[in-house]
Design a protein around this ligand. Structure first.
Ligand SMILES: Nc1ncnc2c1ncn2[C@@H]1O[C@H](COP(=O)(O)OP(=O)(O)OP(=O)(O)O)[C@@H](O)[C@H]1O
Ligand SMILES: [Mg+2]
Length: 143
């Protein structure tokens, strides 16, 4: 049982990567699926816990930019005996802006949101409690 914590800007390709690599094996937990929830953070943690109590592996697909954003996820995963892997989507902001611009409708976010996330982004480190770190580069993953 493992929890994969995705970290990366909007448009970096996180959801695509989940769909291509992990949709068949890992439960998808994402605040993007909780847009109408009054307390998405609480709901997300509950869904994560339910999956782990059921013995399922999980992908947490948010931008998860800060150490603080990731801490509760890592803590719960370890508490439930899962290994925790950080996936850092190391894609330059210019490319994320380009990919974001290519998205249609609801998936597309304002450019300003990427600049805000880029400023807050803290690259994941093992000190946070990850068992392992993976890097997804510019030309990896996807389609
Ligand atoms: N490796 C890739 N190379 C080129 N384009 C890609 C790649 N991966 C994804 N894309 C495209 O980039 C766009 C953004 O991808 P995706 O929706 O997976 O990003 P995301 O990281 O989940 O963004 P968000 O945080 O806003 O949900 C999509 O149109 C997708 O088809
Ligand atoms: Mg996404």
């Amino acid at each position: 049982m493992e929890v994969l914590v995705f970290v990366g800007l909007q448009g970096a390709g996180k959801s695509t990567f989940h769909r291509e690599r992990f949709a068949a094996t890992h439960v998808l937990v994402s605040k993007d699926l909780l847009r109408n929830n009054r307390r998405p953070q609480r709901r997300q943690m509950r869904l994560l816990d339910e999956a782990l109590l059921g013995g399922r592996s999980v992908v947490v697909d948010n931008t998860n930019p800060t150490v603080e954003d990731r801490a509760a996820i890592i803590r719960l995963a370890r508490e439930r005996g899962a290994s925790v892997v950080g996936y850092f989507f190391d894609v330059p902001i210019a490319e994320c802006l380009r990919r974001n611009a290519g998205r249609a409708g609801r998936g597309r976010v304002p450019d300003a949101a990427l600049f805000i996330t880029a400023r807050r982004l803290q690259r994941p480190t093992l000190d946070e409690g990850f068992d392992r770190l993976e890097r997804v580069g510019f030309d990896e993953g996807g389609r």
